[in-house]
Design a protein around this ligand. Structure first.
Ligand SMILES: [Zn+2]
Length: 85
């Protein structure tokens, strides 16, 4: 009989890292297999994934805003450098 390598508690603990892709490929495979096989963890994964998607949707405009500000800042710096005597 095969040993159950990944249990629900371990999956729950590593779900965030799994979503972030921070685990090694063996661990990713184990958790993926468990999520496919276990309805409870599959549902929990869906919730986590939805939260992560919402967060990235919220932070994406803020990031591009910050990038635009950074670009403006750096162009102002180079203008000041050019106009300096
Ligand atoms: Zn499970």
């Amino acid at each position: 009989m095969a040993t159950k390598k990944t249990n629900c508690r371990e999956v729950a603990r590593r779900l965030q890292s799994y979503l972030d892709g921070e685990l090694d490929s063996d661990r990713m495979e184990q958790i993926k297999a468990h999520l496919d096989a276990c309805v409870d963890c599959g549902l929990e994964y869906d919730v986590f994934a939805a939260i992560k998607t919402d967060l990235s949707a919220l932070t994406a405009p803020a990031e591009s805003d910050a990038l635009a500000r950074l670009r403006e800042f750096s162009s102002r710096i180079s203008e000041e450098a050019n106009s300096a005597p």
